[in-house]
Design a protein around this ligand. Structure first.
Ligand code: ADP
Ligand code: ZN
Length: 347
């Protein structure tokens, strides 16, 4: 069986790439899924998982809230699920984050397995153990680290994924290549014409596998984000304010794509990397039909202010992850506001 192992001492687990999940000890399992996955795959999933019950959440970020989190816990309690039960999430990042958080809290922690069905969840949110929910004050402000028992990746789920969602995942794929692996970046360039065809199972297996390897390597070295793990935030310092200021009409991956363009411009302004590197990144984003421009109605000043109030920048200094070349990044803080505003341009 093709696996990537995430080395975290006694919390280590495998990501399995296969038509069927790795065999785990049979347990009373609560399957959590969203309304889209439920209508497309319920029968298939129930055959494989054999759950005691299926909890279906409405598709979309709005479900990642405290009420739904409690509903999952209450369903588990009503089913008299004990410490030896398992929560399984089948869906995108929303389902995974929410179910993982419920698994981290129900009876102070029960087993959790993940079946990511979106590209974003396969390459990003299903590796690393971050779980959580949104509150009215902000996204992901309440959560916990809770590593899964196992993750099963089957890229044939991608065949039904809407193109816009595919693009969101592709942005994180490009991010992963830029921060860590020039050879992988070259592979993406060479295959860019085929990356919008999610039916290409073989190609997506390779891509998802490489992203999981890289993320597993980073996370194994820094489980709780004290150092190295920060590099996974490449593009995200610009992305988060842009997502927020667009009232979430710009999706996460789209904002990350724009964020990488601007992090790249900032790196150029500071003399960290070459113009040709920035152009190479831009060409790949364009080939994947990902956005690079900030909408004109979002002001540079507002972006800067939101960056300063981000939970990761509470000391008044913004930390950026900036590229030194394709395949390598470093964290830089203390950049003066006027330089950031210059890079953001007049708007
Ligand atoms: P994320 O982008 O973090 O994965 P979501 O969990 O909201 O966020 O998933 C994005 C959207 O894609 C949701 O509407 C979800 O129902 C849908 N989706 C996820 N996987 C698939 C799939 N394999 N086929 C069809 N739709 C999917
Ligand atoms: Zn992201």
């Amino acid at each position: 069986m093709d696996t990537v192992s995430v080395e975290l001492g006694e919390r280590s687990y495998n990501i399995t790439f296969a038509d069927l999940p790795e065999t785990l000890a049979p347990r009373r399992t609560l399957l959590v899924t969203d309304s889209n996955i439920d209508s497309l795959y319920r029968e298939q999933l129930c055959k494989i998982i054999d759950p005691v019950d299926v909890f279906v959440i409405p598709a979309g970020e709005e479900s990642k809230n405290a009420a739904t989190f409690l509903d999952i816990c209450r369903r588990a309690a009503a089913l008299h699920l004990g410490r030896d039960c398992r929560f399984t999430a089948a869906g995108g990042g929303v389902t995974g984050d929410l179910t993982g958080f419920a698994a981290a809290c129900y009876l102070r922690g029960v087993r959790f397995t993940q079946i990511p069905t979106s590209l974003l969840a396969m390459v990003d949110s299903s590796v690393g153990g971050k779980t959580g929910i949104d509150i009215p004050e902000g996204k992901n402000l309440v959560g916990a680290f809770h590593q899964p028992e196992s993750v099963w990746v089957n890229t044939s789920f991608l065949a039904t994924l809407p193109q816009r969602e595919l693009g969101n995942g592709l942005a994180e794929v490009v991010k992963t290549a830029v921060i860590r692996d020039e050879k992988f970046f070259l592979f993406l360039e060479e295959n860019s014409a085929n990356l919008r065809d999610a039916n290409n199972v073989e190609l997506f297996n390779k891509i998802v596998r490489r992203c999981c390897e890289i993320k597993a390597d980073v996370v194994s070295n820094d489980e709780k984000e004290s150092g190295l793990r920060a590099i996974l935030n490449y593009g995200h310092t610009f992305a988060h304010p842009i997502e927020t200021l667009s009232n979430y009409t710009i999706a996460h991956g789209e904002a990350v794509s724009i964020g990488m363009e601007y992090a790249g411009r900032l790196a150029l302004e500071l003399g960290l990397w070459q113009k040709s590197d920035l152009e190479r990144q831009a060409a790949l984003l364009d080939a994947l039909k990902l956005p690079r421009a900030i909408p004109q109605n979002i002001s540079s000043q507002d972006i800067l202010e939101l960056m300063l109030s981000d939970k990761k920048n509470r000391n008044g200094k913004i930390t950026f992850v900036l590229p030194e070349k394709i395949g390598s990044v470093k964290t830089v803080s203390g950049i003066e506001s006027n330089i950031i505003l210059k890079v953001l341009g007049e708007r």
